[in-house]
Design a protein around this ligand. Structure first.
Ligand SMILES: [Fe+2]
Length: 162
């Protein structure tokens, strides 16, 4: 998640504290296993992303409250995390774009490994790669993510020819 913040600071330097905090902590729920933790089944499942985002927002909001952060900051961070997979307004679109760029930057090897091991199907990994680019709502950012997607897809295609 530090990588997401590095991407945010590259594409939107000087972003507000709430945007930077949300970018840093957007996937926090994955660090807190529990019976209410949603499980990703490998498909681009809207319900999973909503449950994952809401759970992260709750955990980060509770943590900020325990640290006596201001209520307006907490509210902004929670709102941004709730939509971090989707975007929706300028600051939310930045958080989502930074997350997407970070995925394409650091998670390709991990997901190629999933395809190789059979944990997820090749078509599921392909859909995840493509979605990480197409969901970005800021056109100029897609100029950065496009070549990253092309490289990831070339590597995925090469798996099948080995
Ligand atoms: Fe996420």
């Amino acid at each position: 998640m530090v990588n997401s913040l590095e991407w945010l600071d590259r594409i939107a330097p000087g972003s507000p504290e709430s945007t930077r905090l949300a970018t840093l902590t957007h996937d926090m729920e994955r660090a807190f296993p529990g019976p209410d933790q949603p499980v990703w089944n490998g498909d681009e499942d809207y319900r999973y992303y909503v449950a994952h985002s809401n759970r992260s927002a709750r955990i980060v909001g509770e943590w900020l409250r325990s640290r006596n952060a201001g209520e307006s900051l907490i509210s902004e961070v929670e709102s941004l995390i709730r939509v971090h997979e989707f975007g929706g307004w300028p600051e939310a679109d930045k958080v989502q774009a930074a997350d997407s760029l970070s995925f394409l930057d650091v998670n390709i090897d991990l997901f190629l490994g999933y395809a190789t091991s059979g944990r997820y199907r090749v078509d599921q990994v392909r859909a995840k790669f493509v979605y990480s680019h197409t969901r970005i709502r800021i056109p100029v950012i897609q100029e950065i993510s496009g070549p990253m997607l092309s490289s990831a897809l070339e590597r995925l295609d090469a798996l099948g020819s080995c």
